[in-house]
Write a protein that binds this ligand. Structure first.
Ligand code: ATP
Ligand code: MG
Length: 806
């Protein structure tokens, strides 16, 4: 039965209703936080399907995270049933991957291409910079990658990038870009930024392709439009514009543009460092002539007190359009302020407060979130929460998929799925140790370079490799056979989980961990068991539970979707694919195979984003866990109780932003995002002394704290209450610990060499948190290469470096 109009627009205010019902020209919904933008988008999709008879397969909705996509799909499904599954609801990246898998052969890559994440890109760029003899001091890999990323976000490929080169520095950036891209292509791989740029370039190079997708997507909806970058904007234009950009002769749009709705808030634009530009929102009306603009003004999320605080902060940004945002949910509780002596003290306060709220029956763990500016700040909270037994989850930070053993396993799978993927093949060449040394690796590399083939390909021709010791040759052949054997399994359609299990066993990886006495290896083993479970779940979901032979039709018919005559064959094929993927259908012989393949699994793994790890909402018995995350990850979410921590100048706003007006304004938008996540209760806190980055630092209060009117605040503890920071015992402790760590404590301690291995996280008093890439030497002479993120990669002597294993 069709949903009635009343149900679909129930509980919407007039502006929201207008947005849901809007027909025709492109429409922009601009509104402050918590005004129901995402809700409007979701309701509109339900309305399109239920009232306007739009086929779900012709809807493309773009969300910021996979998690948000799943939620949106779930909510539409509640409203319109199973046919919701036929929609494309996904992130830009996932949507592009889907298009690329079908079309990328036109650009001479194959559909099994690998997706390089940040860590892979970095590794590849390191190789490139090394081979081009770029001085790492002048050309930190991060800086080169940023340059490349900026180019790609602006759709400048490695050939046209020449036009941006003016200095010697840029000359070398360009050389690195070109070589990096050459190797990516040779590896049949794309990095994250390529996913978008390549899709746009495909549409531009093949107008008939653009037409095809325009015919298919009749409705395009985009959430968080303020955080789209130029490439993403260009993609929307390719799909939705009434005119064609840079059109060639005969290159005309023959298909009417689909209906477009974008929603966003320029005050919440927080990804400028990734190329996002509020230009896209500000220029929407000129980009899409005839566009309608709808503004929402009522906030349904927060109390008036919280809203007033948010408004007081954001008005300090210049040149923004003023917004009226109001709430009728009453003033609610005052904002609680707290000045702590140290970051440990701040963490204890937060933990005590959560416990108190819970004891009073006013909050469950899952209703509470702790926000901070950078990932590294989670540590004191974790320490205290563990000590007090408070259940929590850190979103972001060292993610499951970044752990060494998980990356190794994934590298195995990628090497098997895509032999040309040099970074992956070389990563596992001698992991676990199988006697293939650097010399042997270089010899194979030499053959690959000489013959212009991939490293993996060269492994098939060991006889041609010169200068190999017979033992190395034997090992290499064994390794190549191992890859071949598993490649054959992929070709036979063996599901991903079975391939993974086989790889872990036959490579000797499991055996090595099992025989180890290092307690960390036990954890590694557990992580791999977890990965196998993930793969198993994926395969089960893909193959799914028996809906019968013409299941698709009955599925669609069940939901009252037009089946048969009215349905475009392409849409039907797509529907079939989607339903199969989602485990709705168990198709008999002759039907397309459900995608439990290794390639599909790798894709799922590659596109997991930070905010996808947010714990699920609690069930009836279950009260969930406290969520710890950075402000960036919190976008779009809401919690009853929010702790906004580390409000110190130099921490938040970030040190970097203190000297730049535009960066400071971006930090202020981040503060606005943070404050507006809270429904009922907001806490703002800072620590007078913070040692998270090595030497204890005395930080002044954040200017954002001062921007919140005092009348809204209830100070539990002020700076006056803290004794002079120099004399507090907590501070002294922090300083003593630090002195001891760096080795000039009162009583010189015999320093032990920390036992670290590649993949471990460490804390250095100057460089901050880092990840060990590799170690060399042994005993007192052990040296470690540590990646400190923005501080670069450092080679450190473990005996002398002021460094702790985390
Ligand atoms: P953000 O800018 O943070 O992404 P948003 O504008 O997308 O916020 P939503 O998340 O859609 O806002 O809505 C905020 C909250 O208000 C949600 O809990 C939503 O269910 C609720 N809400 C939105 N509109 C209404 C309404 N008309 N009546 C009642 N509740 C509403
Ligand atoms: Mg939203």
């Amino acid at each position: 039965e069709r949903l009635t109009m009343e149900t679909l627009v129930a509980g919407l205010n007039p502006q929201q209703r207008e947005a849901v019902l809007h027909e025709g020209p492109p429409v922009l919904v601009v509104a402050g936080a918590g005004s129901g933008k995402t809700r409007v988008l979701t309701r509109r999709i339900a309305y399109l399907v239920a009232q306007r008879n739009v086929h779900p397969g012709s809807i493309l909705a773009i969300t910021f995270t996979n998690k948000a996509a799943a939620e949106m799909r779930g909510r539409v499904q509640e409203l319109v049933g199973n046919r919701a599954k036929l929609m494309w609801v996904s992130t830009f990246h996932s949507a592009c991957v889907r298009i690329l898998r079908a079309e990328i052969h036109r650009f001479n890559l194959t559909r099994t291409f690998s997706i390089y994440d940040d860590a892979d890109s970095k590794r590849l760029m390191q190789l490139v910079a090394h081979d081009l003899s770029l001085d790492p001091k002048r050309y930190p890999v991060r800086a080169i990658l940023n340059w490349v990323s900026t180019c790609k976000n602006e759709l400048v490929d490695h050939e046209s990038a020449r036009s941006r080169v003016n200095t010697e520095l840029e000359e070398n950036y360009l050389a690195a870009y070109q070589e990096y891209q050459r190797r990516l292509t040779a590896a049949n791989a794309l990095d994250f930024d390529d996913l978008i740029m390549t899709t746009v370039h495909l549409m531009q190079a093949f107008p008939e392709l653009r037409e095809q997708y325009r015919r298919r997507f009749r409705h395009v909806l985009v959430d968080e439009y303020q955080d789209t970058n130029h490439a993403q904007y260009a993609l929307i234009r390719e799909l939705c514009s009434a005119e064609v950009d840079g059109g060639q002769v005969g290159d005309e749009v023959t298909v009417d543009p689909p209906e477009l709705m974008v929603v966003g808030d320029s005050d919440q634009s927080i990804y400028a460092f990734r190329g996002a530009t509020i230009r896209n929102i500000n220029d929407f009306e000129s980009d899409f002539p005839g566009a309608a603009v709808i503004m929402l003004e009522q906030n349904y999320r927060s109390t008036q007190t919280i809203l007033s605080a948010a408004n007081a902060v954001i008005v300090k940004n210049e040149g923004r359009k003023p917004k009226r945002l109001w709430s009728d949910s009453g003033d609610g509780e005052a904002i609680v302020g707290y000045v702590a002596d140290t970051e440990h003290d701040e963490a204890s306060f937060v933990a005590r407060e959560i416990d108190a709220l819970r004891d009073a029956g006013r909050a469950r763990y899952a209703d509470c979130a702790v926000f901070y500016r950078t990932n590294a700040q989670s540590r004191p909270f974790e320490e205290v929460f563990i000590r007090l037994g408070l259940p929590y989850k850190v979103v972001g930070g060292v993610r499951f998929y970044e752990r060494r053993e998980v990356r190794d396993a994934i590298a195995y799978l990628r090497a098997i799925a895509n032999r040309a993927d040099d970074v992956s093949v070389r990563r596992i060449l001698n992991v676990p140790k199988r006697g293939i040394g650097d010399r042997a690796e270089e010899a194979v590399e030499a053959l690959a370079a000489r013959e212009r083939i991939s490293f993996g390909e060269a492994l098939r021709r060991i006889d041609d490799v010169t200068g190999l010791a017979p033992r190395s040759a034997k090992q290499l052949i064994g390794f190549a056979d191992f890859l071949d054997e598993h490649e054959a399994m992929v070709a036979e359609g063996v599901p991903a989980d079975q391939i993974l299990t086989s790889v872990l066993q036959k490579s000797g990886y499991l055996a090595e961990l099992q025989s180890s006495t290092d307690p960390q290896d036990q954890t590694r083993l557990e992580n791999l068991v977890e990965l196998v479970a993930v793969a198993r779940e994926f395969v089960a979901g893909a193959i799914g539970g028996g809906a019968g032979a013409d299941a698709l039709d009955s599925l669609l018919a069940d939901d009252g979707v037009l089946v048969g005559a009215g349905l475009d064959p392409q849409l039907r094929a797509e529907a079939l694919e989607q339903a199969t993927e989602d485990g709705e259908l168990d198709l008999g012989a002759g039907a397309p195979e459900p995608d439990a393949s290794l390639g599909a699994f790798l894709e799922r793994v590659a596109l997991v984003a930070d905010s996808d790890q947010i714990p699920p909402p609690p069930g009836v018995e279950d009260e969930g866990v406290v969520t710890l995350m950075t402000l960036h990850t919190a976008k779009g979410l809401e919690f009853d109780t929010v702790f906004l921590t580390g409000l110190e100048d130099g921490v938040f706003p970030h040190q970097r932003a203190l000297t730049s007006m535009s960066e400071l304004e971006e930090e202020r938008r981040l503060a606005y995002v943070g404050v507006t996540r809270a429904r009922k209760r907001l806490y703002v806190s800072r620590a007078v002394v913070r040692a998270a980055w090595g030497a204890p630092q005395h930080n002044p209060a954040s200017r954002f704290l001062a921007e919140i009117p005092d009348r809204l605040l209830d100070w539990r503890r002020t700076e006056q209450a803290t004794t002079s920071w120099r004399s507090t015992s907590a501070t002294r402790q922090v300083q003593e610990r630090w002195k001891e760590r760096v080795g000039f404590g009162a009583r010189p301690k015999v320093r032990t060499v920390p036992n670290v291995a590649a993949g471990d996280r460490v804390l250095h008093t100057t460089f901050g948190m880092g990840t060990v890439i590799a170690t060399t030497g042994s005993g007192d002479d052990t040296k470690a290469d540590v990646d400190f993120g923005s501080a670069g990669v450092k080679r450190l002597s473990l005996r002398h470096a002021p460094l702790e294993k985390l």
